[in-house]
Design a protein around this ligand. Structure first.
Ligand code: UFG
Length: 334
C-alpha cells in the first residue's frame, strides 16, 4: 500500500484528492494549517498534521515521521481578486511555502510531486482552447505566484531528480457525488457556490461582475471542471512521472458564461437565482477554456461529470445537505 502526503487536504480540491486516494485503498496524511480548510473535510482515520508550510522545522518533522511515495501539493492562497489587493503576500506565501515543501521532499528522498497549478498562469490568451504550449503571461499575482513555483520545480527536476506534474486547473466546481465533501469557503467568492448561497437566501444576491466583455453574452467564459474529475487526474498522472516531469491543462474544453451558470443553477434547483449587475472584477480574463488533449492522450483520463448541469447538481445537493457548510456538526465521512 502506498502512502501519500496531501498539503491543503482540508481544502476544497485537496479533500476530494484525499477521497480519491482513500477510495482506491491508499494511505493518506494531510498537512494543512486550517487557515481556509476544514478539519471536518478530512475523512475519519486520516491524520492531519496541523502545520504551516512556512515552518520549515515542522515540515521536516512530518517527512521524518512518515515515508511518502509522493506528495500532492494543494495548499495555497488561491483567489484572483484577493491577490490583486495583496500581491506580495500571495507571492511570498505560495512561492516560499512550495520551495520549503520541495526541499523537505528532496531531503526525505521523495521523488514525485504533483503540484496544483492554475489556468491563471496564462493571463489573457490569444488562442482558445488553451494548450500546454500557450505562452504563460499571468495578469494577476495569483497566477504569477503559481508560475514561479512551476519554474522553481523545473529546476529541481534537473538538479535534484524531483519529478513534478504541474496541473493547471481551470475552474474546479461541484462536489463529491456521494456527498462526502463539498465547497465551503469563508467568505465565498466562487461563482457557483456564491450564486447557490444567494438562491438559498443565505447570502445577498450574487453580483455579475461585468457585462461588457467581448464574449457572446458579455459575461466572462470559464471552463468548469468537476472537482472529482480533477481529483482523478491527480492519480492518473502519477505513473507518467516515471518518464519525467509533465504539465497538463485540466478542463472540459467548453466555456460557459456567468449567465449560463446562473441559468444552470435555476434549471437544476427549480429556484430563481437572485442577482445584480456590478463592475468588472480586477484581474479577471474574459475567457479561459482548456484543451486537455495531452492529458487525455498520455494518461487516458476522461471526465465522468462533464456537463454543467451535472456539476451544478452535485454542488446544489451538497449545499442543500449542508446549509451551514462544514460548520454544521458533521464530522468527516468515508
Ligand atoms: N463571478 C461573478 N460574480 C461573483 C463571482 C464570480 O460574476 O460573485 C464571475 C467572475 O468574474 C468570473 C467567473 O464568475 O468570470 C468565475 O469566477 P470565480 O471566482 O468562480 O473563479 P475565477 O475564474 O476567478 O478563478 C478560479 C479559481 C482560480 C483559477 C481560475 C482558473 O479561483 O484559482 O478559476 O480559471 F485560477
Amino acid at each position: 500500500m502506498a502512502r501519500y502526503l496531501v498539503t491543503g487536504g482540508a481544502g476544497y480540491v485537496g479533500s476530494h484528492v484525499v477521497l480519491a486516494l482513500r477510495d482506491r485503498g491508499d494511505e493518506v496524511v494531510v498537512l494543512d494549517n486550517i487557515s481556509t480548510g476544514h478539519r471536518a473535510a478530512v475523512p475519519k482515520g486520516v491524520p492531519i498534521a496541523e502545520v504551516d508550510l512556512a515552518d520549515q522545522r515542522q515540515v521536516g518533522e512530518v517527512f521524518a515521521a512518515w515515508h511518502f511515495d509522493a506528495v500532492f501539493h494543494m495548499a495555497a492562497l488561491s483567489l484572483v481578486g484577493d491577490s490583486m489587493k495583496r500581491p506580495l503576500h500571495y507571492i511570498r506565501t505560495n512561492v516560499n511555502n512550495s520551495v520549503i515543501l520541495a526541499e523537505a521532499a528532496i531531503k526525505a528522498g521523495v521523488k514525485r510531486l504533483v503540484f496544483s497549478s492554475t489556468a491563471a498562469i496564462f493571463g489573457v490568451p490569444r488562442v482558445t482552447p488553451i494548450g500546454e504550449n500557450t505562452p504563460a503571461e499571468p495578469v494577476n499575482p495569483y497566477g504569477e505566484s503559481k508560475l514561479m513555483v512551476e519554474q522553481a520545480l523545473a529546476w529541481a527536476d534537473g538538479a535534484n531528480g524531483l519529478r513534478t506534474a504541474c496541473l493547471r486547473y481551470f475552474n474546479a466546481a461541484g462536489a463529491d457525488p456521494l456527498g462526502r465533501a463539498g465547497e465551503d469557503h469563508m467568505p465565498e467568492t466562487h461563482l457557483i457556490p456564491r450564486a447557490i448561497l444567494g438562491a438559498l437566501g443565505r447570502a445577498e444576491p450574487v453580483s455579475i461582475f461585468g457585462t461588457d466583455y467581448d464574449t457572446p453574452d458579455g459575461t466572462p467564459l470559464r471552463d468548469y471542471v468537476h472537482v472529482t474529475d480533477l481529483a482523478a487526474a491527480h492519480l492518473a498522472v502519477l505513473p507518467r512521472l516515471e518518464e519525467g516531469s509533465v504539465a497538463y491543462n485540466i478542463g472540459n474544453g467548453t466555456g460557459y458564461s456567468v449567465k449560463d451558470v446562473l441559468a444552470a443553477i435555476e434549471r437544476v434547483s427549480g429556484r430563481p437565482v437572485p442577482h445584480s449587475y456590478g463592475p468588472r472584477r480586477e484581474g479577471d480574463p474574459p475567457s479561459l477554456v482548456a484543451s486537455s488533449e495531452r492529458l487525455r492522450a498520455e494518461t487516458g483520463w476522461r471526465p465522468a461529470h462533464d456537463t454543467l448541469d451535472e456539476i451544478v447538481r452535485t454542488a446544489w445537493a451538497w449545499h442543500m445537505a449542508h446549509p451551514e457548510g462544514y460548520a454544521a456538526p458533521m464530522r468527516g465521512a468515508a
